[in-house]
Design a protein around this ligand. Sequence first.
Ligand code: KIV
Ligand code: ZN
Length: 561
Amino acid sequence: MNQGYRKYIPFQPIKKDDRRWPGKQLTRAPQWCSVDLRDGNQALINPMNLSEKVEMFRLLCEIGIKEIEVGFPSASETEYEILRALIEGGHIPEDVTVQVLVQAREHLIRRTFEAIEGAKNVIVHFYNSTSTLQRKVVFRTDMQGVVDIAVEGARLIKRLGDDFVARTGACLRYEYSPESYMGTEPENAVWICRRVMEELGACAENKIILNLPSTVENCLPSQFADLIEDFCDRLPNREHAIISLHPHNDRGTALATAELGLLAGADRLEGTLFGNGERTGNCDIVTVAMNMYTQAVDPQLDFSDIGRVRQFYERVTKLHVHERHPYAGDLVFTAFSGSHQDAINKGRTFMARQGGAHWEVPYLPLDPADVGRQYEPVIRINSQSGKGGAAFVMEQSFGYRLPKAMHPEFGAAVKRYCDRVGREISPDEVMAIFREEYADFQGVYTLTAHRLTEEESVDGEGAAGFAGKLRRGGAQEQEISGMGNGPIDAFFRALEGVGICGYRFVDYSEHAVSVGADAKAVCYIQLQSPAGKALFGVGMSHNINYASIRAVLCAINRDQD
Ligand code: KIV
Ligand code: ZN
């Protein structure tokens, strides 16, 4: 037995008996901040180049994100130049704020203020590590030492910031992160944030952003939510601060941490598209936003063309959005299971009939159209698909509305094919099966000539006459003719004349279908065979009467072994 787990120190949750957040609901969007260009970019094997960063910045603006951390301009020349390019190239919309990250160190802070020259709306985001572990193994200092670093940084930032605003008239805000907050004693986190607030003169008109990162995720989302609610309760002048979250995803629960943290009182969320970021990534903004959307809350972000966002993301990050990634993955609007397919079909029919204002389709929490996704690939066919799945594909992909009674027979033919090929099959293959089974079925009987006439019957009622030539296998063709109360009846009589009898008409349906640029009638016939078996036939023609005659012959041909 591997005893390795013994070396880990479990998270110590705070004792909290007055938690209020579990009874709350998310009713409005948080203040979103994208860290794609900083946290996300620094975690790429090949970081984005200048033009990709500018493109990413534009995309984030188009999505509706109003606060964008563009980099760490004091950390490298490249980062500096990217910020300058955004400012000097006039790429920053009036309503968008650029955020710049800096460590709480003098020379870096000064360089950061040089980098933001000319920007109209800026957040200067500074941080230092505060956790017990970082204090012990990295900085070798006590909490007072860490508080002093933050306070000195805040003091300098305030001085340079006041000058900057007086000189440029820019709108400048401040953000402070006690880095590794999740590993910081709760009272120490409040202590350092309170001191930074005092130094920066945070007030209701100029709130400070206090960003409480789970730099390395280390606890249950509920335990983190307790920390946030506790922090908000303990912080003096809470109303002078915007509480922000920055959840990393080390335990795979950044998203839940974000959502519960917002319930617990946070106002703002930092994250990235599809969760890119250091190690296992940051919180995925797309999913948090779409989770709100599907709870009837306006996320204030636009993912109506999620495919475009994903394509762009994959191109510039060289990362892949997983097939099952919520809302954006290739397979998330796809049902393989037959019972799911049937339920989706029923849900869609229900919605079409009711015309209701609400989305009520089982197994699809989101209308794919809301993220610009096609409805066609919702149902894919493999051997697990139910009888409705194949019929659904015929309707969705090709416009053929197979009668319900025919679904089991056609579904079984498709299943046989899937079992044989041992893989999922495409809509075109479903169509090919349909043609082979019905529309193009070559049976023992071939109609080599046919003519329909309208006749006057003896009792004065309208009637139909059929005349044609029928060949059985390789035999000589025979003249056939008959009269009936309609074309199908007349054809039956003509067949009886050559001994093809005992077939009973059960059901009939027809509709028009486009075949390329052409429109044709497609007719579905259900007969009962002389042996009492249900038989289906399909006929297609420009002429609806010929389509029905072909359908009858198809059904009879399918009865001949
Ligand atoms: O994860 C983190 O703690 C950070 C800080 C710089 C906010 O990225
Ligand atoms: Zn981070």
